[in-house]
Write a protein that binds this ligand. Structure first.
Ligand code: ADP
Length: 249
């Protein structure tokens, strides 16, 4: 029964760029209810792995299954439709639209009646309710009218995560969600990721090691395109080889 297996199963993926193997035989799996961290020094192959999983380009070899469905080789938009959402460091907000409008657009995109919504948007109160609920979940209620472009950097990151959530994904890929944030904002985004993960499994790449290890249930460590180890955060913290690749000693 594929529904009982991992939500995401990556098996032996390979990606070579002009003779250089950026990803060599990488396998990992994310189970439901789990935050899985993908860590490793610069150049380890984390971004390439994310690009392969989200369908930016196909793997040269290996397989990727989403809830038991093979997705390797499918275009990115198809993988998104099958339930994979990816949030980037670069913010996706429409600067001239309010926070509410930004989020409602994403809710709208997933609405069963999306093709005739332009006719009479007010006859779909559930869309308003879903958007309001999302604003509340993000802790942004009460500032609905602020324009995307006027929001703080941390606030924009929250809305970005909300946009990914509005797609009702089966799994969420987070690309350095804490990068560039001040301490208080990091705290807020961390707590939001923790709450999101109660409903949606998360695969996260993040450079803040202490924070990502304290957030995760399971960790895959990459180095030079390969998986160095997979294990619980405590095992990763204690592993001599992991310390070596990070400190170069
Ligand atoms: P990380 O995200 O862990 O820092 P990357 O996946 O970005 O690692 O990169 C892994 C290796 O692959 C690096 O040596 C990088 O230079 C190389 N690489 C990534 N993308 C390309 C590309 N499009 N063409 C050539 N080399 C690439």
């Amino acid at each position: 029964d594929p529904a009982r297996g991992p939500v995401l199963e990556v098996s032996g993926i390979v990606k070579t760029f002009g003779g250089f193997a950026a990803v060599k035989d990488v396998s990992l799996q994310v189970d439901s209810g789990q935050i899985h961290a993908l860590i490793g020094p610069n150049g380890a192959g984390k971004t390439t792995t994310f690009n392969l999983i989200s369908g930016m380009f196909p793997p040269d070899a290996g397989t990727i299954h989403l809830n038991g469905t093979p997705v390797h080789g499918l275009p990115a938009n198809r993988i998104t439709e099958l339930g994979l959402a990816r949030s980037f460091q670069i913010t996706n907000l429409f600067e001239g639209l309010s926070i509410y409008e930004n989020l409602r657009l994403s809710v709208q995109a997933k609405h069963p009646s999306r093709f005739n919504l332009w006719r009479d948007i007010d006859s779909f109160p559930d869309m308003h309710d879903q958007t309001a609920e999302l604003m509340k979940f993000l802790g942004l209620e009460g500032i609905d009218d602020i324009q995307g472009g006027d929001l703080s950097y941390g606030g924009q990151r929250l809305v970005d995560l909300g946009i990914a959530l509005a797609c009702k994904p089966q799994i969420l890929l987070l690309d350095e969600p804490l990068a560039g944030l001040a301490a208080a904002e990091r705290e807020r985004v961390t707590s939001l990721v923790r709450r999101m993960a109660e409903n949606i499994p998360v695969l996260i790449v993040e450079h803040d090691l202490d924070r990502v290890l304290s957030l995760s249930h399971d960790v895959t460590v990459m180095n030079q395109g390969e998986v160095l180890m997979t294990g619980a955060p405590d095992a990763v913290r204690a592993d001599r080889r992991v310390q070596e690749v990070y400190t170069g000693t």
